[in-house]
Design a protein around this ligand. Structure first.
Ligand SMILES: NC(=O)c1ccc[n+]([C@@H]2O[C@H](COP(=O)([O-])OP(=O)(O)OC[C@H]3O[C@@H](n4cnc5c(N)ncnc54)[C@H](OP(=O)(O)O)[C@@H]3O)[C@@H](O)[C@H]2O)c1
Length: 309
């Protein structure tokens, strides 16, 4: 069954469905079950990464669907990412091949550099202070030449880092994946991407923060949701989609996986869009800066969050 949801066309002609399944922290039987439910309800776009350590489970489920003919490879849009420990030109090919082996695929639709910060591969959690984006990106382009990635892109890169890549690239990044939600709308970064025909995928649409009211319970969001007979999550997703942004909500709850996909049979009015746009907290709305995950990351020369965008 082909998915009939809208898709963004990438500069290589590839079609990226506007809703994908986020899989961070999805593992084992739960991951397999959720992916089966997602594929059954029509998801065809799946987001994973080496560091999520779930490519084997995802690969097994995809293999079952592909080998039984329930889905064709061309209908799927599979994304995975080069880990920080692979941020060296000589490591890119090996890491992508490892992901492909686990995913049981011969190519991915999009391969992203997960983070502009590099780490040494010695498992001691040391940063690699010599991260060279231009060199890494050249090795990413070679993966397209080799047919192992249909498109390549970036994740968590800032405007200056993107501009540096654009100056040297032979194959333009097709996508930038960054944190975007109602509290952190990233208008300037999105504008830069639009100018260079780089699509955007948004992570963390729920925008959970300790500092602000939970977005899912924000009165503006809940009142729009109540009036339209939708859930707050659907309103938040719809806001992003109507801004031409691709979303990759993550849930391990089957009901919510279905709910997050049912966002194409209603529309937010111009007034509703404006009231949600007014909730933007700009730089203060950012949740993800990786400081709590990687101690001292802000001292790396390529830590992306030292400038506004
Ligand atoms: N490139 C990167 O560095 C990066 C960083 C962050 C995320 N990502 C990608 O983006 C995906 C999404 O980001 P995320 O996992 O940070 O955040 P998210 O999609 O905003 O999900 C956050 C939490 O919201 C809950 N949720 C999902 N749908 C819901 C609904 N309809 N109603 C109420 N709660 C709901 C989920 O809990 P339940 O499971 O309990 O439903 C989930 O744990 C990730 O899985 C990953 O694939 C990438």
């Amino acid at each position: 069954m082909a998915s009939r949801i809208p898709a963004v066309t990438l500069h290589n002609g590839g079609k990226m469905p506007m809703v994908g399944l986020g899989t961070y922290q999805g593992h084992d039987a739960e991951m397999r079950q959720v992916l089966n439910v997602a594929l059954e309800c029509g998801y065809r776009h799946i987001d994973t990464a080496t560091v999520y350590e779930n490519e084997v489970e995802i690969g097994d489920v995809l293999h079952e669907w592909l080998s039984s003919g329930r889905v064709a490879r061309e209908e799927l849009f599979v994304v995975t990412k080069l880990p920080m420990t692979g941020n060296r030109s000589g490591d890119v090919s090996r890491f992508l091949q490892d992901s492909l082996d686990k995913l049981r695929l011969s190519y991915v639709d999009l391969y992203l550099i997960h983070s502009p910060v590099g780490m040494k591969a010695n498992r001691k959690g040391e940063f690699d202070m010599d991260t060279n984006h231009e060199e890494i990106y050249k090795a990413m382009e070679e993966q397209v030449d080799a047919g192992k990635a249909k498109a390549i892109g970036l994740s968590n890169f800032n405007s200056k880092q993107i501009e540096r890549i654009l100056k040297v690239c032979r194959i333009k990044p097709a996508n930038l994946q960054v944190e975007v939600h109602v509290y952190h709308q990233q208008k300037a970064l999105r504008e830069l991407c639009r100018a260079f025909d780089i699509s955007n995928r948004c992570e963390s649409f729920v925008g959970r923060s300790d500092e602000y009211p939970i977005l899912l319970q924000h009165p503006v969001v809940t009142s729009v949701a109540e009036r339209l007979g939708r859930t707050p999550a659907q309103v938040l997703l719809r806001f992003l989609i109507q801004n031409n942004l691709v979303v990759i909500p993550k849930s391990t709850n089957q009901k919510r996986v279905k709910e997050n996909f049912s966002v194409f049979d209603f529309e937010l009015s111009r007034e509703d869009m404006a009231s949600l746009e007014a909730l933007d907290r700009k730089g203060n709305g950012r949740i993800i800066d990786f400081k709590s995950l990687f101690k001292g990351i802000e001292n790396h020369p390529e830590w992306p969050f030292s400038i506004p965008y």
